[in-house]
Design a protein around this ligand. Structure first.
Ligand code: PLP
Length: 383
């Protein structure tokens, strides 16, 4: 097969060329600082306003509820720290989050723990999903914030955020959901989810890297994270990244418009791939695929007796890019916290691999990948 095969779309996606074309003028001609009062600035501000309106409309929010950030990580940090510190003023210092969150959320939780917050981690079932009863059991009068992601980046398991949001709302606590992996595959309607805060990142749906959004529901008081100028209604300092904000809005619009069509395609790719993959001796699916409770683009398997680092390296030598889990943790040798939370042993977690497809992958690529996996597994086992 000619060329390389990219199967790591959960880590990042390529920038859509059409989106890139829309961004270019904002690097060169319309370069003004969006907060400058002259015409150069106003042109930038107009573009930001249009992007904000578009994004708000796509998730059923008001433009004033959309804040631009430098990506999913900043949005997650802001929601966790800003939400927790605001609630501390009401005497609430208990936090609930899941054990399978992205490190941007977990590291923020650890920081809050050091700062005196009482943090509890929700377990997940073998399918990698939080059970509502586990949330219900742990909610307290002093629960400040509950953070449960929309879809997990390592397994693709969708979490029951709507139901959790309802419980949390009734309890008078804040609900934050990291929708970085959910937004590319499921339509978001803020009213349905009952969330006070939602994070989204543009590079997961063919938009530019380094650009995120935090939705903050009207009336929810969060403390600011980035001090500086009066940008973003005084809530987030820093010159706005106009080209990327424009790119975010276009990419997101396109993503929502194509969501159903792409989901069908990804579903077919997934079925074909998994059928071939599971025929290979020693390959077992991690988690449980339930169509309405999974994003269609992720397959996480373990390969008995194979170290995932060595496997990845061999796949790469064969021109195929896959991942051992989250890209943010791939430099560490630790087994995945997501897989061990699901009950896998450390050894099983260290033999696990994530394949994540994109809209431009083909059936031929996936059949070739499955054949290559078979070849590499045989080679590694024979050693
Ligand atoms: N949250 C989840 C679930 C993610 O998968 C990622 C990125 O992989 C992030 C947050 C961080 O987003 P960003 O890369 O935009 O900082």
């Amino acid at each position: 097969m000619e060329g390389k095969i990219y199967l790591d779309h959960a880590a990042t996606t390529p920038l859509d060329r059409e989106v890139f074309e829309k961004m270019i003028p904002f690097y060169t001609d319309v370069f003004g600082n969006a907060d400058s009062l002259h015409s150069f600035g106003r042109s930038g501000q107009n573009a930001v306003d249009n992007a904000r309106d578009k994004i708000a409309e796509l998730i059923g929010a008001k433009p004033s509820e959309i804040y631009f950030t430098s990506g999913g990580t900043e949005s997650d940090n802001w929601a966790m720290l800003g939400g927790a510190y605001a609630m501390k003023k009401q005497g609430k210092t208990h936090l609930l989050t899941s054990s399978i969150e992205h490190h941007a959320v977990l590291s923020s939780a650890e920081r809050l723990e050091k700062d005196g917050f009482d943090v509890e981690y929700l377990p997940v079932n073998a399918g990698g999903r939080v059970e509502i009863a586990e949330v219900q059991k742990r909610l307290r009068a002093d629960t400040a914030l509950v953070a449960v992601m929309g879809a997990n980046n390592e397994t693709g398991a969708i979490q029951p955020i709507k139901e959790i949001g309802e419980l949390v709302k009734k309890n008078g606590s804040l609900f934050f959901t990291d929708c970085v992996q959910y937004a590319p595959y499921r339509k978001i309607n803020v009213a349905d989810i009952n969330a006070d805060m939602i994070s989204i990142s543009s590079h997961k749906f063919y938009g530019p890297k380094g650009c995120g959004v935090l939705y903050v529901k009207k009336g929810v008081a969060v403390e600011k994270l980035i001090a500086g100028g009066e940008q973003e209604r005084g809530m987030r300092g820093g010159t706005l990244n106009v080209p990327s904000i424009v790119g975010f809005a276009y990419a997101f619009e396109k993503c929502v418009q194509e969501q159903e069509r792409n989901a069908e395609k990804l579903k077919t790719l997934r079925e074909v791939f998994l059928r071939e993959l599971l025929k290979i001796d020693g390959v077992t699916l991690n988690g449980e695929f339930v169509e309405e409770k999974s994003v269609p683009s992720v397959v996480n398997v373990r390969i008995e007796g194979v170290d995932n680092g060595t496997f990845l390296y061999n796949m790469d030598l064969n021109g195929i890019a896959v991942a051992a889990g989250s890209a943010c943790a791939s430099a560490s040798l630790k087994p995945s916290h997501v897989l061990t939370a699901m009950g896998l042993t450390e050894k099983q977690a260290k033999s696990s691999v994530r394949f994540s497809f994109g809209k431009d992958n083909t059936k031929e690529e996936l059949l070739f990948t499955a054949k290559t996996v078979e070849k590499i597994v045989k080679k590694l086992k024979s050693k």
